[in-house]
Ligand binder design. Structure first.
Ligand code: PLP
Length: 332
């Protein structure tokens, strides 16, 4: 099967910001865009994006999950990168229109349509290292995806890194390409040297997040995760899982967590650790690697509470249980 996110629908919705306004949306071929080689994004990384999903229900209808939250985050990323302000209503219409065009291509559960809004600075101006791009392009790419876990969900190995950082501290809550490039070197090294699946970035002992997912610790009836600050990405899955956990009667604690406390709690047999994100939903962590030592997390295997939370989220997304928080937007 093709790798996650490597197959695209043939067309996408696109608008450009020129002369201080957004153009009308165009539906164009998704296999190429035209950019000047001096475009701001190619030199000074004025780029941000989003990742959300649409799901097919048993009655054939198609629904986008928490679209308003992803559009808000795209607006925030654009603002913090000094890109032109997006028109949130237009982006919402672009997503729903392109989704309607490809509704019949949305895979059955556990598959979905992954939606990738992308916003880039296009002004041809290599002299603008310290000034914003006055023009930009925003497009909505679609990629049908299967189950992230074909071959079975395996508990991950995480390297706890107390010295490095995923990205510059003021960039954490921006979903920008540069942050992923910044984390790639350390992650590649951790994969090769200690066979880690991911790094859990914990600068000065402060447990933050991995390269592309948030981190949550489950200790009995309590779920603990870092409170929102500017140092990490405010995941929509994180927020959904916390809401579901509270609905299920769990205690939700948003506060700083140190590596020392994490390792101490991980030794308890009932403890579970998970990563949350749109692509992988909720993935269990089986092992922490810290200063050349390995620590088993709880049983070392995917645990029952993670499974329950994941199932509840999937049931809402797949229309198998009531959408009590109005998280779904119907496409058709
Ligand atoms: C760095 C990072 N943290 C967290 C997340 C999780 O965010 P969300 O749940 O909105 O997908 C992502 C994206 O998936 C990410 O790239």
């Amino acid at each position: 099967m093709a790798a996650f996110g490597s197959v695209f629908m043939p067309k996408m919705a696109l608008t450009t910001f020129e002369n201080t306004q957004w153009t009308e949306t165009n539906i164009v071929s998704s296999d190429s865009i035209q950019l000047h080689p001096g475009a701001h994004v190619l030199h000074y990384s004025s780029t941000c994006f989003e990742g959300l999903k649409a799901f097919r229900h048993a009655d054939g209808s198609v629904h986008v999950f928490r679209m308003d939250q992803n559009i808000k985050r795209l607006a925030q990323s654009s603002r913090l990168l000094s890109l032109p302000a997006i028109d949130e209503e237009q982006v919402s219409t672009m997503i729903l229109d392109i989704m309607a065009e490809y509704a019949s291509d949305v895979p059955e559960p556990p598959g979905s349509m992954y939606i990738r809004p992308t916003h880039i600075g296009t002004e041809a101006a290599v002299g603008k290292a310290a000034a914003p791009s006055l023009t930009s392009m925003l497009y909505i790419l679609l990629s049908p995806v299967g189950d992230y876990f074909t071959g079975g969900a395996k508990a991950l190995r995480l390297l706890l890194d107390e010295t490095g950082m995923r990205c510059a501290p003021h960039m954490g809550m921006i979903k920008s390409g540069g942050n992923y490039a910044s984390a790639l070197g350390p992650i590649t090294k951790a994969k090769a040297e200690v066979q880690a699946d991911q790094i859990l970035f914990c600068p000065n002992g402060d447990v933050q997040e991995t390269g592309a997912a948030n981190f949550l610790l489950i200790d009995g009836n309590e779920i603990i995760t870092k409170g929102l600050d500017t140092s990490f990405l405010h995941g929509v899955t994180r927020s959904s899982i916390l809401t579901i956990a509270a609905d299920l009667g769990m205690t939700v604690t948003e506060r700083d967590l140190t590596v020392a406390e994490l390792l101490e709690r991980a030794a308890k047999p009932e403890v579970e650790a998970v990563l949350s994100g749109t692509a992988a939903v909720l993935t269990s962590v089986g092992t922490f690697i810290h200063e050349d030592k390995e620590y088993q997390v709880g049983s070392g295997e995917p645990g029952p509470i993670a499974q329950k939370l994941r199932q509840t989220l999937n049931d809402i997304q797949w229309g198998k249980t009531a959408d009590t928080h109005n998280w779904l937007t119907k496409v058709c």
